[in-house]
Design a binder for this molecule. Structure first.
Ligand SMILES: [Zn+2]
Ligand SMILES: [Zn+2]
Length: 121
């Protein structure tokens, strides 16, 4: 095991997710193993709580592009009580990571639905 900016690497030479030197970013391994598939080009793994050493599967989110990833990090983290559930912690747009994600996913579904309606209507 190797540490680099608190990101954990595993040494698994020959694994489909390993780099040339045989190392895999643990977050990548955990997230894509849970999804039981290999990453598509450009896909990356985001840590919901902002802690790159927390590779619990519940803390990981697969994003389809660097752009999508930047949207998560553009919102500056602050500490306080969540506007949705009242939980105390690191906030994004005054919501805890879990509520933020839930609303973000709902918003994304809504946008996709709108696109679908436009296409058919
Ligand atoms: Zn991230
Ligand atoms: Zn919350």
């Amino acid at each position: 095991m190797q540490n680099n900016n608190r990101r954990k690497f595993l040494y698994l030479p020959g694994h489909p997710l390993a780099n040339k030197r045989g190392y895999i970013l643990e977050s990548r391994l955990v997230a894509f193993q849970a999804a039981s598939r290999l990453p598509a080009p450009g896909e990356l793994v985001h840590h919901l709580d902002g802690d790159p050493s927390n590779n619990d599967v519940a803390n990981l989110l697969i994003l389809s592009s660097d752009l999508e990833h930047k949207q998560f990090h553009r919102v500056r983290n602050s500490i306080g009580a969540c506007a949705e559930c009242g939980g105390y912690g690191q906030l994004k747009k005054s919501k805890c990571p879990r509520c933020y994600m839930r609303l973000w996913q709902r918003e994304r579904r809504r946008k996709l639905r709108e696109k679908g309606i436009k296409r058919w209507g």
